[in-house]
Design a protein around this ligand. Structure first.
Ligand code: PHB
Length: 389
């Protein structure tokens, strides 16, 4: 009996040490369905980071566990996050392409003692929902306000805005309108479309009829951004002299081959272009392209994921692999590093990433490929959206 007990204790001790030596990270994102390419970019960014930095932090092995939420579905995102925490024992939650999915998970974090590192979801308010949220992507305020400044500087007087009717769309519309009107411009009309909209011809007609000199638009990157830009090209807006302005979600690199020459000259503002010229980006693009397989599929969610992993590695280092969500989050407040997108830091107060925003134009390279060409930089942008709340 005594021998049996001793053996059982030894097994338990062994299991305990194995458990303590593996830190599990749960990633929620769209890995199938219409947005699968965005989830593929999350995975490519994570794989690239681990290929370049190893799959251990100190003595701890890092294990990544993926869960698929194909389209915005807060109930499913919450159920999968709960399952990751309770059944899988993840110490970190990350990924989250869509705002509603991230919002649904923030109420779980404190009780679960788990930080949430957001790799994409871009509505400003998410970081205010829990002190355990850190974000390495961008916000629509961050990317849209500079575009309003560019529009005003270029002498554009009247703009019509068109956005998807949910968190990031409303942020994008508000950011553009407030900034553009402060610079003397007028927003003549603001259209909000349901997320499911995929016939854009009636909207293009309203844009033409509005008398605006430019259309400013936001939709979440995916099949509908491609459809929207195609509709702009095919409904004679360019011929009518109506300029196209948008955050870079609308010209993500993976959409450019399908848009072809019609995309050349499209003007956007964004935190990341695959073409960004820096040694850090060269290393990243090489590793991420290897991970994703098809090089033209690489776009911005991969850099959010790569930097998200950097933050998670720093958190694991600071906690020695022990589960302490507040200590982990505190450890990355003010953290600064050179990202593939340029210099970045985690704002100690908001826990959102401070970064450069670039003005870009779609261009065609000598080899016939299309890319976002960076032509100006708005340096060290915090999130102006948070100051509004
Ligand atoms: C979001 O739902 O927060 C979101 C998704 C895709 C984007 C931007 C924002 O391109």
């Amino acid at each position: 009996m005594k021998a049996l007990l001793l053996a059982a204790t030894a097994v338990l001790a062994f299991c305990g040490s194995v458990y303590a030596d593996t830190v599990k990270v749960g990633v929620v994102g769209p890995f199938s369905g219409p947005f699968a390419i965005q989830g593929k970019n999350f995975k490519a960014g994570i794989d690239a980071y681990m290929a370049l930095n190893g799959s251990k932090v100190g003595d701890d092995d890092i294990e990544i566990i993926y869960r698929d939420v194909p389209t915005p579905d807060p109930a499913q995102a919450k159920a999968l996050a709960q399952e990751l925490v309770v059944k899988e024992g993840v110490q970190y939650l990350t990924g989250f392409y869509f705002t509603p999915d991230a919002m649904a998970v923030t109420p779980l974090l404190e009780q679960a003692n788990v930080p949430l590192v957001i790799m994409n979801a871009a509505t400003s308010a998410i970081v205010t929902k829990s002190p355990l949220v850190v974000r390495t992507s961008f916000t629509l305020w961050q990317t849209s306000a500079p575009m309003a400044k560019v529009a005003a500087e270029r002498g554009i007087k009247k703009v019509i805005t068109v956005v998807s009717d949910y968190g990031p769309g409303v942020d994008s519309e508000t950011a553009f309108k407030k900034t553009f009107e402060a610079a003397g411009g007028t927003v003549v009309d603001s259209i909000r479309m349901p997320l499911s909209t995929n016939d854009f011809s009636p909207i293009m007609q309203r844009v033409k009829d509005s008398g605006a000199a430019a259309v400013f638009a936001f939709l979440p990157s995916g099949p509908t951004t491609l459809g929207f830009v195609k509709a702009y090209n095919e409904n004679g807006l360019k011929e009518a002299g109506i300029q196209f302005l948008a955050p870079g979600d609308l010209t993500q690199e993976s959409d450019l081959p399908a848009l072809g020459d019609a995309a050349i000259g499209l003007t956007t503002t964004f935190h990341y272009a695959v073409s960004h010229a820096s040694p850090e980006n060269k290393t990243f693009v090489e590793a991420a392209r290897k991970a994703i397989g098809n090089p033209v599929e690489l776009s911005f969610p991969a850099v959010g994921a790569y930097d998200g992993m950097h933050v998670i590695y720093k958190m694991i280092e600071a906690t020695g692999g022990k589960q302490d969500a507040q200590k982990a989050v505190d450890a990355v407040k003010g953290l600064a590093w050179e990202s593939p997108r340029g210099p970045v830091s985690i704002d100690a107060e908001s826990r959102h990433i401070t970064q450069n925003i670039y003005l870009r134009e779609v261009a065609k390279a000598e080899d016939g490929t299309y890319y976002n060409k960076e032509i100006a930089t708005f340096e060290k942008q915090t999130d102006p959206g948070l100051a509004q709340k």
